[in-house]
Design a binder for this molecule. Structure first.
Ligand SMILES: [Zn+2]
Length: 266
């Protein structure tokens, strides 16, 4: 049992775009985190350790794979058989803590929220940010992209991407940002409920494709739901996150390589 649990933690810790998603809920994860930390510090968003070098730095990764993320969302097909996104987010689900992991600001969630994809349950583990956005829609790059990272029992990922545009300030962001600033490597306990539904646009139409984590190890086979409608946040709210994260913490557009891209709604 012990080894099974370590393997499970290892999987979670390895999967990134989302470092150390659940370390706080399992004893023994700290050691793993330290091991992972020493190797994962090598990659960055610029220069000799930037995205063009991830595949060399992380030799065991998928970063050189054919089905990577992010992509520019164009030439999609309408698929009327696609169902509405099956979100199960509850108002009582708690954020355990917030960390500044050196790549992003990340909110780690306690169990409670999940999404169903093809009959499988994917639990929400963590939410983090990219400034500006990683995915582009018809070439348009938004000021901010929020990633809701979910994982199933087999260690497979589903990520919901929510774009943010500048406008009126967001009340959920006021709550999230009340725990900031946070130095690189820092962590703050939150231990309060957060209703993720309040942090999403009304219209849940989406683009869907299969890609990868956007940070090493760039694991492939990730279900991506990109909500078409952005949420609105204020310039100040974007700037607070921006100054705490690496400049331009996004990976460049990856080739489609024949992948299908689907869309719901008009
Ligand atoms: Zn991400």
């Amino acid at each position: 049992m012990k080894y099974t649990m370590y393997a499970f933690i290892g999987l979670l810790v390895l999967g990134a775009c989302k470092e150390n998603g659940t370390k706080n809920t399992h004893s023994g994860a700290e050691t793993k985190e330290a091991e992972h930390g020493s190797s994962s510090k090598h990659w960055s968003y610029a220069g000799e350790t930037g995205p063009e070098h991830w595949a060399e730095i992380e030799a065991e990764s998928d970063c050189n794979g054919r089905f990577q993320s992010p992509i520019n969302i164009v030439k999609y097909e309408e698929n009327n058989s696609l169902k509405p996104i099956a979100l199960h987010y509850a108002e009582s689900t708690k954020i355990h803590d917030v960390t500044n992991n050196g790549h992003s600001i990340q909110y780690n969630f306690e169990s409670g929220d999940n999404i169903m994809v093809n009959g499988l349950r994917y639990d929400l583990k963590q939410v983090h940010f990219h400034e500006p956005s990683e995915h582009t829609i018809d070439g348009v790059r938004y000021p901010l992209e929020m990633h809701l990272v979910h994982i199933n029992d087999s260690g497979q990922y589903t990520v919901i991407a929510v774009m943010a545009k500048e406008g009126v300030s967001s009340i959920p962001f006021d709550f999230l940002e009340s725990f900031l600033p946070l130095k690189t490597g820092g962590k703050k306990e939150v231990n309060l409920p957060f209703n993720m539904n309040d942090n999403l646009p009304k219209n849940k139409d989406y683009f869907f494709y299969t890609g990868s984590l956007t940070t090493p190890p760039c694991t492939e086979g990730v279900n991506w739901y990109i909500l078409k409608e952005p949420i609105t946040v204020s310039l100040e709210q974007v700037n607070l996150l921006k100054k705490l994260m690496p400049i331009n913490n996004y990976r460049n557009e990856q080739p489609h390589n024949g992948r299908q891209l689907y869309v719901t709604g008009n």
